[in-house]
Design a protein around this ligand. Structure first.
Ligand code: ZN
Length: 320
């Protein structure tokens, strides 16, 4: 059961079945309010971010930033068609040591990411008696790039400067600026004392067309008062519980659930096109020094190797 989508609200029995199925999995829910035109998306992506941390050997700080970008991309998948191969890429580009982090999602809930930095400083800031990772401080200035591949000839590309570097606010700014969608976005990653990702998730709240200004204001106030996503997840709250909290008193209604997974669809065929684009001198140089040409996927680390013979055949137009 990789995907559940429901045109109608879920009945109690289905909800119970899904509770078991999704207990330890990553997933996203969409909920609406009956009394106000407001929609929320809530995602739990702990396993996927843990996987990214392992694949890319991320330090706690880099894992936290990458996880926020991944959760942001998953929330932005609300902009592409559900259950299709449409893709959305969210890329954080910074002038500082974080360089670039990209997360790509498709309409099936698959997410994968690419991280170019290896070392970033570890910074914390104090909020009252709590210590928090200073994400904005490490990210610094830069921009968010969103590439939507809707299956048309050209992908749609939107770029906004970073407003805080905390990622959540930056995504809300992108939605407002480029998509004319006012929204509140929160994304968070909690790293445990062992340096490993313990919880990751986020939510996106959107007042729809007919929402009254009063409702929007009440919504903003509620979002401000919400505990952080990671503290809710570590208390054992599930995405649907968080959605209910966000829509409390407005008649919350769970609309759909979607499983989320770290998944990379790379293959030797895809890598071939990268190899084919290398200049002749580069290929020659590599085979002077090595028996095989090895290329690893930037998203999942999988290695693909080519012999000189294979490359020659490819360049002549045959297949490896
Ligand atoms: Zn891959």
């Amino acid at each position: 059961m990789p995907l559940r989508d429901f045109a109608k609200p879920l009945d109690e029995e289905t909800k119970r079945d899904l509770k078991d199925y999704f207990k330890d999995r990553d997933y996203m829910v969409i909920a609406v309010a009956e009394k106000e035109p407001i929609r929320v998306y809530v995602v739990k992506a702990t396993n996927s971010v843990k996987e990214a941390q392992m694949i890319h050997a991320l330090s706690p700080m880099l894992a936290a930033i990458t996880g926020r970008v991944m959760c942001g991309a998953l929330l932005l998948s609300s902009l592409i068609k559900h259950a299709t191969n449409q893709k959305l890429l969210l890329r954080l580009e910074t002038e500082g040591p974080v360089k670039s982090i990209a997360a790509e999602v498709d309409g099936f809930g698959n997410v994968r990411c690419m991280v170019s930095a290896q070392n970033v400083p570890f910074k914390v800031r104090h909020e009252g008696d709590r210590k928090k990772l200073d994400i904005g401080g490490v990210v610094g200035s830069g921009r968010l790039v969103v590439v939507k591949d809707l299956g048309m000839k050209e992908p749609y590309v939107g770029v906004v400067p970073l407003v805080s570097g905390e990622i959540g606010e930056d995504i809300a700014y992108y939605l407002y600026k480029s998509e004319q969608i006012p929204s509140a976005v929160a994304v968070g990653v909690l790293v445990g004392n062992d340096g490993m990702v313990a919880h990751a998730g986020g939510y996106l709240v959107q007042p729809l067309g007919g929402a009254s200004p009063k409702a929007v204001e009440a919504m903003e106030e509620r979002v401000r008062k919400m505990p952080s996503v990671t503290s809710l997840l570590s208390e054992g709250k599930r995405p649907e519980d968080i959605a209910s909290m966000l829509l409390e008193g407005m008649g919350p209604h769970l609309l759909s659930l979607k499983e989320v997974k770290y998944y990379c669809p790379c293959s030797k065929k895809v890598v071939e096109s990268v190899v084919m684009a290398l200049p002749d001198e580069e290929i020659e140089r590599i085979f002077k020094e090595h028996e095989i040409l090895e290329v690893s996927c930037n998203f999942c680390g999988k290695r693909y190797s080519f012999t000189e013979e294979e490359i020659r055949r490819l360049r002549r137009g045959g297949s490896a």
